[in-house]
Design a protein around this ligand. Structure first.
Ligand code: UTP
Length: 410
């Protein structure tokens, strides 16, 4: 039962978006209905926020949150690992791969995970991640459910690829795909672009929607059925990351925290990573562009920088606490992007410069919903090799270097 044209008009008028029906009369019946369905499904209430963007990022009072650092971790490694392995063997730990992003900076067409980082052989990003997870499966002698988030833009390509590659040796019954939601993209006045005459321009709504999307997909039922109590969320682009790391899992459990966050020591006070902190007494992350000079130079009681530990998008969430907070609205992030659109004459334009906004929620904002968080330090050279760009910083080149140093044959 889709929306009728009358209902669509009413909704569009409410949000000042009537222009998206410009080509309606030219469309086939099926295209008309598809457009009406899309209008129905699109949350337009968020769009006007772009007209007063500066009001969005109001932070509370920031204070330091101590991280568990490497000497402490090493002193307790055995005990943490034992606790973590126990939880894994009991089936209480699942992993969530965030792979719904567009990877525009890398500039390859397919999903980021199908990118080949190998030199003398094929070694795909997805393969690196599965290999890393397999280490733990072997260590624990237990399979771990892996949930893979895709988007409308890359779902089929991702699923087909993984199937074709036989999940790189992972057991099919333990791999589950789900799609994230999409959000409309607008020009600088908050007007939705069209990407086709019968289609609003959309992009994935950010990685912060992963839990809601998991729930909406029905997979949360599986989580319950299987007794999964912890979900380790991680990004597709860090090819060195440890997934369901028993030591990290065990430390978070032993410290009675409802979320753990892997962090690395920043390599410079102004490095572009978000840092862990408390905000109004609750765990939070300050983004690098929100970090004032005062915070950047603040020292803790040992004389070390107080905001020293950057997040690497590897979090262990307690499922019960995710469920408790799932209805809470996360902060909206409005980002300038290049958005393909139809011009006045109905021709598709692919802009070279940013021309509007995308609307996103971010997983890091979920941390602030949690009552306690353990920042857990890891060795950067061993666990952090993000691939954001083709060359330069955080690139295929830098990641290859790090993979080699960690004994991965390319
Ligand atoms: P990034 O912030 O690097 O975004 O994502 P991106 O879209 O992949 O890349 P650019 O900015 O266009 O170059 C960090 C992680 O979050 C996932 C990505 O797949 C990556 O693992 N992500 C991002 C999603 O799953 N959904 C999104 O909507 C955005």
């Amino acid at each position: 039962m889709g929306m009728t044209l009358e209902q669509a008009k009413e909704k569009l008028e409410k949000y000042g978006q009537q222009h998206v029906l410009k080509y309606y009369e030219e469309l086939s019946e099926a295209e008309k209905q598809a457009l009406l369905d899309q209008i129905e499904a699109t949350d337009m209430s968020i769009l006007e926020a772009c007209l007063h963007k500066e009001d969005l990022a109001q932070k509370g009072v920031i204070s330091p949150l101590a991280a568990m650092q490497i000497p402490e971790i090493e002193a307790n490694r055995e005990s943490f690992t034992e606790t973590g392995l126990e939880a894994i063997r009991a089936g209480k730990v699942g992993a969530v791969l965030l792979a719904g992003g567009m990877g525009t900076r890398l500039g390859s067409d397919g999903p980021k995970g199908v990118y080949n980082v190998g030199l003398t052989r094929k070694l795909y990003i997805f393969e690196c991640l599965i290999n890393n997870l397999m280490d733990v499966v072997k260590q624990a002698d237990a399979w771990i459910h892996l949930f893979v988030m895709t988007s409308d833009k890359n779902h089929d390509a991702t699923v087909t690829f993984m199937k074709e590659k036989n999940y790189f040796g992972y057991r099919e019954e333990y791999v589950h795909f789900f799609e994230q939601e999409m959000a409309a993209a607008t020009d600088y006045n908050g007007k939705i672009y069209l990407e086709e005459k019968g289609r609003l321009s959309t992009s994935p709504n950010g990685n912060g929607g992963w839990f809601i999307s998991l729930k909406n997909s029905g997979l949360l039922d599986l989580v319950h059925r299987e007794g999964i109590e912890w979900l380790n969320v991680f990004a597709v682009d860090n090819v060195l990351q440890r997934i369901a790391d028993p030591c990290f899992v065990g430390a978070t459990i032993q410290k009675n925290c409802v979320v753990g966050a892997k962090v690395v020591k920043k390599n410079a006070p102004d490095e572009k990573v978000g840092v862990m902190c408390l905000e109004d007494g609750k765990p939070s992350i300050v983004e690098y562009y929100e970090l004032t000079d005062e915070l950047m130079n603040a020292k803790d009681e040992n004389g070390d920088p107080a905001y020293y530990f950057g997040v690497i998008l590897n979090y262990l969430f307690k499922v019960a606490d995710l469920e408790r907070t799932v209805e809470n609205k996360l902060q909206l992030h409005i980002v300038e992007k290049k958005i393909p659109y139809l011009d006045e004459n109905g021709n598709l334009v692919k802009p070279q410069q940013p021309n509007g906004y995308k609307f996103e929620n971010l997983v890091l904002d979920m941390i602030h919903e949690m009552d306690s968080c353990l920042p857990f330090e890891v060795v950067r050279e061993k666990e952090f090799a993000p691939i954001k760009n083709a060359t330069g910083v955080d690139s295929v080149e830098s990641a290859r270097e790090l993979l080699k140093r960690n004994g991965v044959e390319l």
